[in-house]
Design a protein around this ligand. Structure first.
Ligand SMILES: Cc1cc2nc3c(=O)[nH]c(=O)nc-3n(C[C@H](O)[C@H](O)[C@H](O)COP(=O)(O)O)c2cc1C
Length: 349
């Protein structure tokens, strides 16, 4: 059966139940391993990626279904956000699908089984060199010292991760996004050990111009930061969701918006950051990617790698193969040899 039809038929089923079913099917590795595309291979952080399309953080928060996710064709996975202690996150319901836009609003609030469980799961996976894994770390809601949570997790995950993402941009943990201010980022970085693994900061699309400038300066100057992930979900709504929808109350729900309505906003930030950082740092682009064209666009705006989440909910497990096929074709059509030749060219797909 067509996945879009399944998605339509399941509109009234709780998104969290659907997510559990998806994880269950991945655990049993029901999807066929996808083939390689030679023109999509790329090298970033001195590591070889089979392709530049990664799974964004939040899908596999507890490192439960790693082999099944690689089967879908992802070039890398970002696991987490993981917190030091287990925590339930916000009250349910806390995920709202907006099918008219293929978008999601959610306020999960870092539901995590905690780092102990996460590492136990991670250790079960027999990692090969080509299985590139990023680990996204966040703080516990009730933690008194924001900074020490990150320091604590960083020390633990460093040996397992190909790269580490410091998530200071989730809108669903009170006060978290204040960490995006210059003095707080500097304080955070000062407690991290000299990094042995590439380290990135994940940024909100709702940062002010001043904050964005400061973040770029820090990312260029600090030896502890190798790049930025642009972007997390947005708390803004109005201009992004303007056409009338069936359950309009959902738009008023508190939380972060993701999917196609986020794309233009995320691309705007990527464009600005690439201009300011001039290719000196690694950029991972995320927000509203649901086709090969979207992937092409984000890379041409300056991203070395890209990620997606929401489109997987709407288009299902074969989406990655579809995007890889389209992206590979678009490169050939534009006479571009490899992905790295596309980065920052500003070419239109
Ligand atoms: C249900 C859901 C849970 C998410 N959880 C996290 C998370 O734990 N950590 C994080 O950094 N981002 C999280 N995100 C944000 C995504 O990683 C991504 O930045 C955002 O959704 C934009 O990409 P997309 O439009 O492809 O979904 C979550 C997104 C969704 C939809």
């Amino acid at each position: 059966m067509n996945y879009k039809l399944i998605s339509k038929l399941s509109e009234n089923v709780s998104p969290e139940i659907l997510h559990k079913i998806f994880l269950f099917s991945l655990r049993f590795r029901l999807y066929k391993k996808q083939t390689k595309f030679s023109n999509l291979q790329t090298v970033v952080f001195d590591k070889s990626f089979e392709n530049p399309i990664g799974l964004a953080a939040g899908f596999d928060k507890n490192a439960e279904v790693i082999p099944g996710l690689f089967d879908l064709g992802f070039g890398f996975l970002e696991l987490g956000t993981v917190t030091p202690m287990p925590q339930k996150g916000n009250e349910k319901p806390r995920i709202f699908k907006i099918p008219e836009y293929e978008a999601v609003i959610q306020r999960l609030g870092f539901n995590s089984r905690g780092i102990e469980d996460f590492i136990r799961n991670l250790k079960k996976f027999e990692k090969k060199k080509k299985n590139i894994i990023g680990i996204n770390i966040g703080k516990n809601k009730n933690s008194k010292n924001y900074f020490s949570d990150y320091g604590f997790l960083y020390d633990i995950v460093e040996q397992y991760a190909d790269y580490i993402t410091i998530n200071i941009s989730s809108p669903n943990t009170p006060g978290l996004r204040d960490l995006q201010k210059r003095e707080n980022i500097n304080k955070l970085l000062s407690i991290l050990p000299p990094p042995k693994k590439p380290t990135l900061i994940k940024i909100s699309p709702d940062v002010t111009e001043k904050e964005l400038n400061e973040i770029c300066e820090i990312a260029i100057d600090s030896e502890k930061i190798n790049g930025l992930i642009l972007t997390n979900t947005t708390i803004t709504r109005d201009k992004l969701l303007s056409k009338p929808i069936k359950n309009s109350w959902k738009i008023e729900e508190v939380g972060g918006l993701s999917g196609p309505p986020l794309k233009a906003l995320s691309n705007k930030i990527i464009k600005k950051v690439f201009k300011k950082t001039e290719g000196k740092i690694i950029l991972i682009g995320v927000g509203g990617i649901s086709s090969g064209k979207d992937a092409f666009e984000k890379i041409s705006l300056g991203c070395n790698l890209i990620q997606l989440y929401t489109s997987l909910i709407y288009q299902g497990p074969y989406l990655i193969f579809k995007i890889l096929t389209e992206l590979s074709y678009l490169l050939k059509k534009n006479n571009i040899k490899t992905i790295s030749d596309l980065v920052g060219t500003n070419l239109k797909p």
